[in-house]
Design a protein around this ligand. Structure first.
Ligand SMILES: CC(C)(COP(=O)(O)OP(=O)(O)OC[C@H]1O[C@@H](n2cnc3c(N)ncnc32)[C@H](O)[C@@H]1OP(=O)(O)O)[C@@H](O)C(=O)NCCC(=O)NCCS
Length: 328
């Protein structure tokens, strides 16, 4: 038995922050941001809007698109680095909000690779036969952990999310293969230092701005270029495929230059790569499911097409996933 995607959905908050807005907030400019990252705008939540609100909207869309009732759902997985609360999973909040009283669920923390990690988890649960379906969401409210006085990070990230419904498949359609990696020696290069058990919130942690994302951009960049490209090529090789066999490549959207390097390594023409970083920036666990829903909406995927997903993120984490598309 395989697991297949039977519906996709996305949610982007209404508020838009442009490069020109950022010019007024920190010492940066539109030309630098566009040429170094490919980003032009990003969406931000409104006051009071949290990750579970985005996830609830996404889950409701998935139910509507598949005609399922909340009681039909077996499992809810939420990839996020910005849960509503430290204790109490965002998956639980979404489960309650949509009334999925027969579902259980939990959050997965793998930063920008979170959606692929959650897809792998959901796939194996559904393939086991024990669960008929799983809602898999990737969503992040990065604005809740971004320092809007730090030009090294505030220009890159945005808020948003997306998700899929996974269901059982008894034919060749579905998730075909995946490769996942973790290397915790990279944890020092991209993290939020305080607010967890290592440095609980205190006057000092707040004064030292330790509740915001800190990153060594250059190190992360080098790591990402090598590993996202390698893991994309590796999954093609182990399935005896080349870039020509793919209909679409959806990479994590962190930096246009990182995406271009991965696409080149797989020998992919530009029209086979989905790029929307210009509109949304890096929404962490949200980038891939947002892009997937846009691909479906614009008819870029037909039944039988081969789709490759790839991501990297804090941890370090990275991975790729090969999918034979159905009729979602
Ligand atoms: C952050 C990133 C865009 C910076 O781009 P870069 O080409 O590596 O730029 P550098 O870090 O070499 O900085 C070059 C200069 O631009 C400056 N700079 C940094 N951010 C700037 C900004 N927003 N506007 C203008 N100048 C900026 C730097 O201070 C530096 O100035 P200096 O030479 O006087 O010290 C890039 O390293 C990156 O994308 N890294 C990966 C980050 C990432 O993807 N994180 C999420 C992982 S999922």
């Amino acid at each position: 038995m395989k697991a297949k995607v039977t519906a996709t959905a996305r949610y982007l908050p209404e508020r838009v922050l442009t490069n020109f807005d950022l010019e007024k907030m920190v010492d940066t400019n539109n030309e630098w941001i566009r040429s170094r990252t490919g980003i032009e705008t990003r969406h931000l939540v409104s006051e009071g809007e949290a990750t579970s609100d985005m996830g609830t909207n996404i889950a409701m869309q998935l139910l509507e698109k598949t005609g399922k009732s909340p009681e039909d759902i077996d499992l809810i997985l939420v990839a996020t680095s910005t849960p509503d609360y430290l204790v109490c999973a965002t998956a639980a909040l979404i489960q309650n909000n949509i009334g999925a009283k027969n579902a259980w669920g939990f959050d997965i923390a793998a930063a920008c690779s979170g959606f692929i990690y959650a897809m792998e988890t959901g796939t194996k649960m559904v393939e086991s036969g024990r669960y008929k379906n799983a809602i898999v969401i990737g969503a992040d409210t990065m604005s809740s952990i971004i320092d809007y006085t730090d030009r090294n990070t505030c220009v890159i990230f945005g808020d948003g999310g997306g998700g899929v419904l996974l269901e059982q498949s008894d034919d060749e359609i579905g998730i075909l293969d995946s490769i996942l990696h973790t290397d915790g020696s990279g944890s020092q290069y991209l993290n939020v230092p305080a607010g967890g058990s290592a440095h609980p919130a205190s006057k000092d942690t707040i004064e030292n701005r330790m509740h915001y994302v800190h990153q060594d951009g250059k190190t992360v960049f080098k790591f990402a270029v090598k590993n996202m490209a390698d893991v994309s090529k590796q999954i093609l090789d182990q399935n005896n495929l080349t870039g020509d066999d793919l209909k679409l490549f959806i990479p994590h959207q962190a930096n246009r230059r990182i995406i271009d390097a991965a696409a080149k390594r797989c020998g992919l023409a530009e029209d086979k790569v989905l790029i929307n970083i210009n509109k949304y920036g890096n929404t962490t666990a949200g980038t891939i499911p947002i892009a997937l829903d846009e691909a479906v909406e614009t008819n870029r995927l037909q039944k039988g097409d081969l789709l490759l997903l790839a991501a990297f993120g804090g941890g370090f984490t990275w991975g790729s996933m090969l999918i034979r598309w159905g009729d979602a």
